[in-house]
Design a protein around this ligand. Structure first.
Ligand SMILES: [Zn+2]
Length: 78
């Protein structure tokens, strides 16, 4: 990095501490890789699906899998 750029970087960092905020992005990425999944039966197609725990509905009996959700919004143009 050129000296001029480095000075500018340090000035921006002084103004906004979040300027170097890539660390936060990294930690959230590694967290999503270790997300636990649960096997849930879809209430629409009755197939077993592995669902991320963070994606579970409040009532598991009302769970609708991605495939069924996509066919439900099929009329929306992509
Ligand atoms: Zn389904």
């Amino acid at each position: 990095m050129a000296r001029k750029d480095r000075d500018r970087f340090q000035r921006l960092q002084g103004i906004n501490p979040n300027y170097i905020g890539y660390r936060g992005v990294d930690s959230s990425t590694s967290r999503s890789q270790s997300t636990e999944t649960e096997t849930i039966v879809c209430s629409s197609c009755q197939r077993k699906r592995n669902v991320e725990i963070t994606d579970l509905p409040e009532n598991i009996n009302q769970f609708v899998c991605l495939g069924c959700r996509e066919s439900a919004v099929h009329s929306i143009p992509q």
